[in-house]
Design a protein around this ligand. Structure first.
Ligand SMILES: O=C(O)CCC(=O)C(=O)O
Length: 316
């Protein structure tokens, strides 16, 4: 049987690809249109209201306002497991075109094939914390340093509302830094903090709505508390070279070398392991609420059935 090939555009110049390889990130403005941003905002509310059949978020009563529904949600993990709209954005042709040029551009002979394993829909309302320094490959291991985040700003992402901060070039050595608890719960959520490096070269990555920040899984990054009075909504999808197995967790009877999680979405080029099949993911999302602001909850507050329990061992 002929291998299916997913064709995507190639929007980047050689200089942009080189910039990503050297610096570990690339900012691309105007990747999403106004209509697409509206569709994502509407879908964020639909998911949060429990409109899609799923095992974790029960439908909320219609009398609750959108603000009440969103106000406790820091992030919805794996929304593409339940929402066809988010599935469409996981496969967004322009975003996947960029990914097919940069995801494993550090590897000679790579043919541009890419797969997705994770989506995260941040709401990050006013006052909600960011995430301390980390590298995504600590959580989602690839075998070739090809993990990449595509961080799509649904609202303007600014210093005030908690944009990304990065250390350009911090992916180069391939070192995964140690992690520890941080003691700054006002600024950062409860995720561990990477440490042991000089962060004086950090820069904020402010992006107008519709822009996408692409960043390598070894790049040190963090985000701060939302100090504005608007949401900072972002759809962050994680992808990798389709040729690398994904030993995200190891099941009994497997080794790290044989483990390959297959709840993936091929998005560009080929799926070289198509013969293994694709695992159907659970119809379930994981809701990350905000610890410090939990007391600010209203009657819209709810604990999903899988609250505090990740579908995957950990996520970035
Ligand atoms: O946007 C944020 O606040 C954090 C995102 C992040 O750290 C990630 O996508 O890995």
């Amino acid at each position: 049987m002929a291998q299916e090939i997913i064709e995507v555009p190639k929007p980047l110049s050689d200089q942009q690809v080189r910039f990503f390889v050297d610096n570990g990130y690339l900012v691309m403005p105007n990747m999403l249109t106004r209509d697409e941003l509206e569709e994502l905002k509407t879908d964020t509310i639909a998911i949060s209201r429990g409109k899609y059949p799923n095992d974790s978020l029960k439908p909320l009563p219609d009398h609750l306002s959108d603000t009440e529904v969103l106000q406790n949600i820091l992030c919805i993990h794996q929304p593409h497991y339940i929402s066809p709209v988010i599935q469409k954005y996981v496969k967004h042709p322009l975003i996947c075109g960029v990914l097919s040029q940069i995801t494993a551009a550090h590897l000679p002979y790579w043919d541009g094939s890419v797969k997705c394993m994770q989506s995260m829909l941040f709401v990050k309302p006013p006052g909600f914390q960011g995430q301390a320094w980390h590298q995504d490959e600590v959580y989602i291991p690839t075998r070739d340093r090809s993990l990449i985040g595509a961080w799509a700003a649904i609202d303007d992402a600014t210093i005030e509302n908690g944009c990304l901060w990065i250390i350009p070039g911090s992916h180069r050595s391939g070192l995964l830094y140690a992690q520890r608890e941080h003691n700054n719960p006002d600024e950062f959520d409860s995720s561990l903090e990477s440490y042991g490096f000089d962060d004086s070269a950090e820069i904020p990555v402010e992006v107008p709505a519709g822009g996408v920040v692409f960043f390598n899984g070894y790049l040190l990054h963090r985000s701060r508390r939302n100090r504005s009075n608007i949401y900072r909504r972002v759809l962050v999808n994680h992808y990798m070279n389709a040729y690398s197995p994904l030993p995200w967790h190891v099941k009994p009877g497997e080794t790290v070398a044989s483990a390959d999680r297959r709840a993936i979405v091929p998005v560009a080029g080929v799926d070289p392991y198509a013969w293994k099949g694709i695992e159907v993911p659970p119809r379930s999302v994981h809701l990350r609420t905000c610890k410090a602001n939990a007391s600010a909850s209203s009657h819209a507050s709810r604990k999903p059935e899988n609250a505090g329990k990740s579908l995957q061992p950990e996520s970035a």
